[in-house]
Design a protein. Sequence first.
Length: 442
Amino acid sequence: MDPLKQKFRDKALSLATELKALRKANADVKVGDVNIAQLFGGMRGIKSMIWETSHLDPIDGIKFRGYTIPQLKELLPKAEGGKEPLPEGLFWLMLVGEIPTNEEVKWLADQWRTRSNVPAHTFKVLDQLPVDAHPMMQFTIAIASMQSESVFVKRYAEGMRKAEYWDATYEDSMNLIARLPRVAAYIYRRSYHNGNHISPDFTLDWAANFAHMLGVNDTPDFKSLIRLYLTIHADHEGGNASAHATHLVGSTLSDAYLSLSGGMNALAGPLHGLANQEVLKFILNMIDALGTGKPTESQIADYVNSTLASGRVIPGFGHAVLRRPDPRYTAQQEFAKEYIKNSDIVEIVKKMFVVVPESLKALGKVKNPWPNVDAHSGALLIHYGMKEHSFYTVLFGVSRALGVLSSLCWSRALGMTIERPKSVTSKWVKEFLKESTVASKN
């Protein structure tokens, strides 16, 4: 058994035993009472699932196994001569709760290289799609097409024991993560570069090889950006739409391929992962409207206020949970400060950080006026030459796979059941409220 799998097995079996006893002893303990607002409000804030790999703190932001993003930037292994963390290290941390050594990260990178061969039929499937099909549609189809390679499906058909579900899911997850950069790069090159594909460079780490195959910018700085991007977008606890969708599909015992494909369909929505391209569209529209690529803070403030007055939102600002600037935004802000000296769009993002929160505060009803991760990522990507913002969510998806698939391994190891919440009708709600009113009067 390989060393990462062994660590995961030992930790998972121990926690599964502990949680089984905890559930039996505390099954009737209330975690919280659901109210009408939550019933109609997308279940926001309801604590109703277990997600081992990360937790979202309103003040400190996302914590991966208890570590904040600044801590990860300091502690996770880095490429030789690089300053940004390697995503391989974060995956190891999420799966087994330990900061890996350089040797362990090298082992994992080698594993992903050996597992990265994409089935020929997946490329054939992609080539049958319209070249102008949205990249996220291509991405989800490509992921689903690789399900024919699923270890879980094969072993389940052979009568695999329930105690072995996690093992097959681990193998599928490792294979799928290894292949995603090549699939995503293939979609990018066929969609925007006339199908002139770039062969992988197996001397590079997982993220750097992805950057290489994209062919956007062959500089060490761009490779560093992709390492950072794939790290900070990897997970955001279990309640966000893409994570929850992956968990929901996986709870039916669908394999990692179909589960991740479901999660990526959720990520493609304008209210979720598609928001990163909406931010860039907003900035480009503002530049056109103002007639300058170097607007002043006053000009930006006027444009933002007119946008808000018209009933529209400012994409990339605000968050359902966070009450301070998103640490993922701050990490990108620090990257720009160190690596990028002249960029009109990056300068606009800096000015929006000053202007937009004040405009949102003035409305008097915004709980978090600060920028989230989407407010900065597009500006960095376009600086390095990736101007095709409809592809940005695919980058997000490659990263998010790290978190949701490591969590899927845990769901299998802990024996999580099929997800089946109870729904009620609006008539039921009305009758419930009527009965509650009568009861309170008596």
